[in-house]
Design a protein around this ligand. Sequence first.
Ligand code: GLN
Length: 299
Amino acid sequence: MQTREPVWTILKVLQWTTSYFKSLRIEGPRMAAEILLAHALGLSRIDLYLRYDQPLSAEELAEYKALIKRRAKREPVAYIVGSKEFWSMELAVTTDVLIPRPETECLVEQAIERMPGVGQDIVWNVLELGTGSGAIILALAAERPQNRYFASDRSEKALRIAGKNAEKHGLADSVRFFVGDWFAPLKPEASFFNLIVSNPPYVAAGEISGLEPEVRDYEPRFALDGGSDGLASLSLLIGRASAFLKSGGYLILEMGYDQAAGVESAAKNEKAFESVEIVKDYAGLDRLAIMKKRGTAVG
Ligand code: GLN
């Protein structure tokens, strides 16, 4: 008599993977299983719910298993499937860029609050430094299409991803991307920008080895490493931004939950700023510093 192979239906596969991921203490085990299975089958997650009883073919099962193995080695789901949702936009990501984080949406919100509304006849010049996947600048460009947007990264590979994301969301004509290290490609005498935003590397170098393996082993180190105290890039941006800002212009920076004091003192040393405000993220942690250049806003 022949023993029958168990039938691996979509539901069974999801249940098995969820408990496997749980045993490995992987966060969001069911969600990860669903995203990976949907990716392997070329379906959406909703499609999975409608086909719980559908059996997987041997090829489908093999393809899915390969994805599970990668996640078990702690590769982030976003890198495995090559995309991540941010501000309701599906963005391409590779290991050349940081995976956009939900807390970075706070930066987008704060920037939008300060920008002129759609329909107002005012056009802002907006700059993002270290754009990575383009998440921040594309969210802003989508929300306030009347403005002029500029975004840079020192990684050409990152800029290719950002450019692809701009195309994908019909924003290729809205944002000018350029390569370079922070302010290096720009002329300070221009004082051109109404708003400069950045989510720079801000993790203290010595703390990187203690991060989750997903971050430590897969995300680009140059997007995380903020020098010995984590403040190297933040201080550089605070020290130099005012020369590029118009009077009354804003600098909005993402920072670490424990960096408010360091960032505030750097901002207060810069006489060009009239104020610095610390804003918390959804988890109640200090996450943003918002600096305003002295003077009245001019357009
Ligand atoms: N928030 C990131 C983390 O989870 C750090 C991002 C950054 O350095 N800009 O570690």
